[in-house]
Design a protein. Structure first.
Length: 107
């Protein structure tokens, strides 16, 4: 009985670890997807006077912001972000977030 519980616990733990690994974004794919982002956030993600810097921010934060724009939980007056994120999949968002998180942020 103890062996069965131990095996179940180990299998569950392995599934959790593998799920977490698959959930991560791919920075290389994110760079490919970022071609539209550079219009506002710049080539290096450092933004400008009108658009925020996104380079170096945490992946989870970046994903949450994109999800909130897509769902309408975070509206923007000109729907500029909605226009960019409405067709992104969750994996696309994870890839973009991984890319921008990997860039050096403002100091």
């Amino acid at each position: 009985m103890l062996t069965r519980k131990l095996v179940t616990a180990v299998v569950f733990a392995l599934l959790m670890v593998s799920g977490a690994a698959q959930a991560g974004g791919d920075p290389a794919k994110g760079k490919e997807l970022s071609v539209d982002c550079v219009d506002c956030h710049g080539e290096n993600g450092l933004g400008d006077a009108d658009n925020p810097a996104i380079a170096g921010l945490e992946e989870a934060f970046l994903i949450k912001q994109m999800q909130d724009f897509k769902s309408g939980a975070r509206p923007d007056k000109q729907d500029a972000m909605l226009m960019y994120v409405e067709d992104l999949s969750d994996q696309d968002m994870a890839d973009l977030a991984a890319y921008y998180a990997s860039l050096p942020g403002k100091k």
